[in-house]
Design a protein around this ligand. Structure first.
Ligand code: CA
Length: 224
């Protein structure tokens, strides 16, 4: 999923970007509050990881402005142990969750997945289509119970297609969710991932809608 990271500490930011990308997320990193607001206005993110102590405009001000604009993007706040008041204030302002620094990357990633899931009104974490089953929490994909090995991009693409099952998803939206700004994308990178996915999950599940994008076929529509 596409995540906006707002963190001014270079070392921490670097570590988070690397860690979250390794887990298959598209991560955009901005280092101050103004840039954060510009980013959430310009793009849509599955979640925002928001540090509170930031230059130009602090995390609480960012959150207040976002919620004031009616922006409901899930926000996970990063706080230091001595920022108890700020943490409470952040939750009251509409933050969805928080982690205390220093934190464990796996825990942060799990909390992110949980809050994105809640925000999409999906209490059951499994995504399914026919006998295909994707577990966002364990990152396991199975077909008829058989485990399937996917690259992290293939996994993300399959998640997006399953979440939008039965709806056409445009190339642009898919690419926006899969890649961060400035990441060089070959013009046919998406096709290549779809091609590999089809080879692994079977050719009839993903329909190409020429000139538009792709669609994960509904269970009924494909006769599954
Ligand atoms: Ca900071």
């Amino acid at each position: 999923m596409r995540i906006l990271l707002v963190e001014d500490d270079r070392l921490l930011g670097d570590g988070l970007v690397t860690g979250l990308r390794t887990l298959g997320n598209g991560v955009d990193w901005v280092r101050d509050g103004d840039a954060a607001l510009a980013a959430v206005e310009a793009e849509s993110f599955a979640a925002v990881v928001l540090d509170l102590g930031l230059p130009r405009r602090d995390g609480l001000a960012v959150l207040r402005t976002m919620r004031g604009r009616g922006d409901a993007t899930p926000v996970l706040v990063l706080t230091a142990r001595d920022e108890v008041r700020a943490k409470v204030e952040a939750l009251d302002l509409g933050a969805d969750d928080y982690v205390l620094k220093p934190f464990d990357l796996d825990e942060l990633a799990a909390r992110l997945r949980a809050l994105v899931r809640r925000s999409r009104g999906r209490p059951v974490p499994l995504l399914t289509r026919g006998d295909l089953e994707l577990n966002p929490a364990t990152r396991e994909v199975r077909i008829s119970g058989e485990s399937l090995a996917l690259t992290s991009r293939e996994f993300e693409l399959l998640s997006l297609l399953l979440e939008g099952k039965g709806r056409v998803q445009t190339r642009r939206v898919l690419e926006e969710q899969l890649y961060a700004w400035g990441e060089s994308i070959g013009s046919n990178a998406l096709e290549v991932h779809v091609h590999h996915l089809r080879r692994k999950i079977g050719g009839d599940m993903i329909r190409t809608v020429r000139g538009v994008g792709y669609m994960m076929m509904d269970d009924e529509a494909a006769g599954a």
